[in-house]
Design a protein around this ligand. Structure first.
Ligand code: HAS
Ligand code: HEM
Ligand code: CU
Length: 554
């Protein structure tokens, strides 16, 4: 494979060969998000005690919720990230990619998607996106998901190899920022997926094929959340890459510190995985000491997001000042709010402040015990993955899809409306669901289907329901813009946006910067930390398994 790597600038044909797989991944991602999100408004109306499930082509509330969680949480994010995390470094390092390998990975991912989607759509895998045993899906659901992960890791390997080739060709140089961040995210993804891959390969797939009689639910839960927390950073780090390294340029400013960006990503690599137990704070059978340890790590992992908040805010301030904004708030209002890509990303950040703050509240176990398994939790994560991730990706698509297709953005005003509606809608879902959760309304509950709903709290219910309808409107606007762009005529090359790299000068002589670039040893440190925190606990759980048989979900 390495023979196909050529370190030379791309010609037009090379560029086209690179753009096609990136576009395929990104369009598949958005198709998954649109289909998955169709059920969102129905779920929001459910939480407003309005039941429209008789009109939807699903067998149950739970089939719809599985489609929603799997397509949005697992498929949309993985496909989008795979697209940008190979494409941006390839362009920044200006190296030719082994596109044959990337296409092979895409075929593996698409085949996996087809398998798991067929299982879900045919109601043979109504196990929600967390697929906790003893709920059991048909084997093809698990195999399909595993293939999606395998395909994405194949792309990761190619990007990591490209960076090594670049390092060989540029001895002593520091990896450019976007490539550095992308490679760190890929390495983190590799470490993150150990839990879920082990769960699928050693337990769930053999069990669904009848080769195992049962699976220990606590072990499965722990393996799932080994992956399940760090996966949220895999969801959000490509958005952080855009906020650090692209958005400042789009907004007319500059990144204020390249070094802080590197440190923040390195901290994510070191501490993202060792916190999964904060999803099992109330799970019986795990001693409090393990939970306390991971609670402390959870507070550690807030730090790189706070670093990001301040660095990105300072960078946006330079943009605001360059555009004439003055005073405490003037820089914010002076940003190019008429640009849907900038507006969408700044709105994503502002709404993410609520998501981050509620995450910090949940990190503390006594708080979590009050709201675990209530609607508070989906409230929290729609102002994280629904905004920082999904809204940023939507906003990025408003320059990225024109860039990849050579078309002009269709309906700029509609695009602007879409990001505002999305931000307002997600904020509504966040506030409404969290408020309902504080009253004890459970999550994952078809409350509108219960004859006498005990969870009636009119104001938050109304907020959730209305927010669902607003989000439906946002989704329609997004679809109009994206389809309009795809089906419009090719634009002249000068009208096609380039990647807005906003690189700050790298302090190549700094010992600290050089230290951050030594990703091999850092990966080893991360691995050792994870093994130290999770190893003994998993050892105990594996040694004391109490397998439970299938409670088949179909
Ligand atoms: Fe979370 C549950 C704790 C972040 C997603 N989380 C979930 C679930 C999901 C999820 C999907 O400790 C539910 C899973 C399930 O189905 O059960 N979460 C945290 C903490 C953080 C956090 C401490 N979560 C995220 C992110 C997600 C996400 C990011 C997706 C992308 N979460 C929890 C806990 C639970 C949980 C418990 C378990 C609950 C339970 O009981 O089940 C932190 O990483 C948050 C740090 C973030 C910040 C915000 C920084 C702000 C930025 C924007 C800056 C703004 C600017 C604007 C620059 C501290 C970077 C400038 C303008 C100005 C005007 C200033
Ligand atoms: C669950 C609404 C988009 C990820 C939910 C729930 C609601 C909802 C009300 C809670 C259901 C329950 O607990 O019974 C919406 C609306 C959307 C939307 C109105 C608008 C388009 C998204 C997006 C993502 C996402 C874009 C991720 C990128 C999830 C996940 C769950 C969920 C992972 C948890 C499923 C589970 O508990 O099994 N959504 N959502 N949603 N949503 Fe969304
Ligand atoms: Cu978490």
């Amino acid at each position: 494979m390495s023979a196909t790597i050529v370190t030379m600038p791309l010609d037009r044909a090379g560029l086209r060969r690179l753009k096609a797989p990136a576009l395929t991944l990104i369009l598949t991602a958005f198709a998954a998000m649109v289909v998955g999100s169709i059920f969102g408004p129905a779920q929001a109306l459910n939480y407003a005690n309005i039941n429209i499930y008789g009109h939807l082509p699903v067998a149950s509330y739970y089939q719809g919720l599985t489609i929603h969680g799997v397509l949005n949480g697992l498929v949309f994010t993985t496909f989008f990230n795979t697209g940008v995390l190979f494409y941006f470094p390839a362009r920044e390092l200006n190296m030719r990619v082994n596109t044959g390998w990337i296409w092979l990975a895409i075929v593996v991912m698409l085949f996996g998607l087809a398998l798991s989607l067929t299982a879900t759509l045919s109601n043979h895998a109504t196990v929600l996106y967390t697929f906790y045993p003893p709920l059991q899906a048909v084997w093809s659901f698990y195999v399909g998901l595993a293939l999606v992960v395998v395909g994405s890791l194949m792309v990761a390997a190619e990007t990591i190899r490209q960076r090594l080739a670049w390092k060989r060709a540029n001895p002593g140089r520091i990896t450019p920022l976007v490539s550095y961040m992308s490679v760190v995210t890929w390495i983190l993804w590799g470490l993150t997926t150990i839990g879920i891959v082990a769960e699928l390969v050693f337990w769930l797939i053999p069990w669904s094929l009848g080769m195992l009689k049962g699976v220990d639910p606590l072990l499965a839960l722990t393996l799932f959340w080994f992956t399940g927390h760090a996966i949220v950073y895999f969801w959000v780090l490509p958005a952080y890459i855009s906020w650090y390294a692209l958005l400042p340029r789009e907004a007319g400013g500059r990144l204020v510190s390249d070094t802080l960006g590197r440190i923040s990503f390195l901290l994510f690599l070191l501490f993202s995985v060792e916190v999964g137990l904060h999803h099992e704070a109330v799970a019986p059978g795990i001693a409090m000491g393990w939970k306390m340890e991971q609670m402390v790590f959870t507070f550690f992992i807030v730090a790189p997001s706070l670093l990001t908040a301040f660095t990105v805010a300072a960078s946006l301030e330079t943009a605001g000042h360059a555009r004439g904004g003055r005073g405490w708030i003037g820089w914010l209002t002076a940003l190019p709010w008429d640009d849907p890509s900038v507006a969408g990303q700044v709105l994503a950040m502002l709404t993410f402040i609520l998501g981050g703050a509620t995450g910090i509240l949940l990190a503390s176990m006594p708080n979590d015990a009050l709201v675990h398994n209530t609607a508070f939790i989906p409230g929290h994560f729609h102002v994280t993955v629904g905004t920082a991730t999904a809204l940023t990706f939507i906003a990025m698509s408003y320059w990225l899809i024109p860039h990849l297709t050579g078309k002009r953005l269709y309906g700029r005003k509609i695009a602007l409306v879409s990001v505002w509606l999305w931000a307002i809608g997600m904020m509504g879902i966040g506030v409404g669901l969290m408020w309902q959760g504080l009253y004890g309304t459970p999550r994952r509950d078809w409350i509108s289907g219960i004859a006498h709903d005990p969870y009636v709290h009119v104001v938050p219910m109304a907020i959730t329901g209305i927010a669902g309808v607003i989000l439906l409107a946002a989704l329609i606007c997004f679809l109009i813009v994206t389809l309009g762009t795809l089906f419009s005529a090719a634009a002249s090359p000068s009208e096609v946006p380039e990647i807005p790299f906003a690189n700050a000068p790298i302090d190549e002589t700094s010992r600290w910067v050089r230290l951050t670039d030594r990703l091999g040893p850092w990966t080893l440190v991360a691995f050792v930390l994870i093994a130290a925190v999770y190893g003994p606990l998993l050892g105990i759980l594996i040694a004391h398994q109490i397998p439970v048989g299938a409670n088949t979900a179909y």
